[in-house]
Design a protein around this ligand. Structure first.
Ligand code: KIV
Ligand code: ZN
Length: 511
């Protein structure tokens, strides 16, 4: 019987540390629910001490998610650990992940602590965390550049203190696969009490080796991999969940372990994270890129038609590339609409919510002939986004765009209950719309990113827009979708403005 490989997702913590990928509490909950549905074992929801916003997000995820373990990160400090323990109180299954650096450079230059002091603080931290939960993970930060004997000493001591998961981070992405696999093998072999803990790995992608290093570690005894959707994460990112999971699943002849993930949720999850963070997925990205299962060359197409296995090692449908079924149209009724949403895992708590979604569906069906699953998902997401806009809402937008003329926009917004009008010209229709909105809001924000993706194919497809705004160091992403991309753009801009206005304490969770 093969071992279980625990999948620990850190999209909401390390992933959020990608510059520009900050997420609101509601967005974190949406992603956490998708991860739970995918049957991820552990969800690292954030770094509770980093800010009030982070604390509340971890708390909300802990209170919402029931089937996955929810984890909070803490430095090896009492105040961090107690804050994480507090945030996780409502979790069905909670884990505290505490860490301290163990490499000579980090101990000397960053911590200014001696190796003895580091061991003492690590043990103290694990002991403190055990007062909150039995489920404690310890990471020797920068393990990839730490000395083997010292690592063995720290790890043996924290296992004695009660750590049940030992995570080995290649914090700066410096290792290469053979070396990293050897490190894991040596640690497990040399540490006398290593059998009392699960060994985990957390690899960064600075040399593009995060997935290869993680898999090499698994071949050498690691039984938890820390990873993120789309490989999001600090600098060049973390090991990508979809690549690790599908490598293990596809090469069962090599790996003596299995995950319990529902892999058909991979593509929907990837899209959700991409749309919330505004980080597009490159077309040739393994598993989740638009071209991952496309065959361009005639020889390949011919081969696949004769026998799929000639050029495909995985089935697109196994990772959630649905045929994107055309499900509904203008004449579809409320029941058909409700049933298809249920099949997609979308349910409504109140009948009025279903009615509102159905009204939006009818509007969309008037503009777009064929409604696909992805349209339905976008429609529901768009409604959620609008419901989250606390201060500013779009009432109406008119934009004139004509050859040889400067585009001109007129907008009506509801701002804290009061309707206001604005007008502006602009370099293009989107620019004019944003400027018209700014004549009312005057936000003082800086536009950092504007991106449009089509949700389905065809010129009547809905456009999904992400807008990233910055103000006083705070970065937010707004989303909007519509068959009219100027309206989708205005919605995304307004959503981002709402986040800036509502911004509570959302400091960057980096140390
Ligand atoms: O990269 C790293 O070392 C980390 C630790 C906190 C596990 O993210
Ligand atoms: Zn990391």
């Amino acid at each position: 019987m093969s071992d279980k490989l625990i999948i620990f997702d850190t999209t909401l913590r390390d992933g959020e540390q990608s510059p520009g990928a900050s997420m609101t509490k509601e967005e974190k909950i949406r992603i956490a629910k998708a991860l739970e549905k995918m049957r991820v074992d552990v969800i690292e929801a954030g770094f509770p001490i980093a800010s009030q916003g982070d604390f509340e997000a971890v708390q909300a995820v802990a209170n919402t998610v029931k089937d996955s373990t929810v984890c909070g990160l803490a430095r090896a400090l009492d105040k961090d650990i107690d804050r994480a323990g507090e945030a996780l109180k409502g979790a069905n299954s909670g884990r505290i992940h505490t860490f301290i650096a163990t490499s000579p450079i980090h101990m000397e230059m960053k911590l200014r602590m001696s190796p003895d002091q580091v061991v003492e603080q690590a043990v103290k931290a694990v002991t403190r965390a055990r007062q909150h939960t039995d489920n404690v993970e310890f990471s020797p930060e920068d393990a990839g550049r730490s000395e083997l004997d010292f690592l063995c000493r720290v790890i043996e001591a924290v296992i004695d203190a009660g750590a049940r998961t030992i995570n080995i981070p290649d914090t700066v992405g410096y290792n290469v696969p053979e070396q990293f696999g050897g490190l894991i093998r040596n640690l497990i072999g040399k540490i006398p009490n290593s059998d009392k803990a699960v060994f985990s790995v957390h690899c960064h992608n600075d040399l593009g080796l995060a997935v290869a290093n993680s898999l090499s570690a698994v071949m050498n005894g690691a039984r938890q991999v820390e990873c993120t959707i789309n490989g999001l994460g600090e600098r060049a990112g973390n090991a990508s969940l979809e690549e690790v999971v599908m490598a293990v699943r596809t090469r069962q002849d090599i790996f003596s372990c299995e995950t319990s993930l529902d892999t058909t949720q991979i593509v929907p999850c990837s899209r959700l994270v991409s749309s919330i963070t505004g980080f597009p997925v490159q077309p040739n990205k393994a598993i989740v890129g638009a071209n991952a299962f496309a065959h361009e060359s005639g020889i390949h197409q011919d081969g696949v038609l004769k026998s799929r296995e000639t050029y495909e090692i995985m089935r697109a449908e196994d990772v959630g590339w649905s045929a994107n079924r055309m499900v509904l149209g203008k004449h579809s009724g409320r029941n058909a609409f409700r049933t298809r949403l249920q099949e997609l895992g979308i349910t409504f708590e109140a009948e009025e919510e279903l009615n509102a979604a159905f009204a939006r569906f009818k509007d969309l069906a008037d503009k777009k002939h064929e409604i696909y699953d992805d349209d339905l998902q976008a429609l529901v997401t768009d409604a959620n986004i609008e419901a989250e806009n606390e201060h500013v809402n779009l009432v109406a937008l008119k934009v004139c765009s004509e050859t040889g003329e400067t585009p001109d926009a007129s907008v009506t917004l509801r701002v804290d209950g009061e309707e206001k009008q604005g007008h502006s010209k602009g370099g293009g229709p989107v620019d004019a719309a944003f400027k018209a909105i700014e004549t009312i809001i005057n936000s003082g924000t800086d536009l950092q990113l504007y991106s449009v993706n089509n949700i389905t194919s065809g010129t009547d497809s809905q456009g999904e827009v992400t807008v990233r705004l910055e103000k006083d160091g705070r970065i937010v992403n707004g989303q909007g979708s519509d068959t009219d991309i100027v309206i989708a753009s205005a919605k995304a801009y307004i959503n981002a403005l709402n986040k800036i206005i509502a911004a509570a304490d959302r400091a960057h969770p980096q140390l």
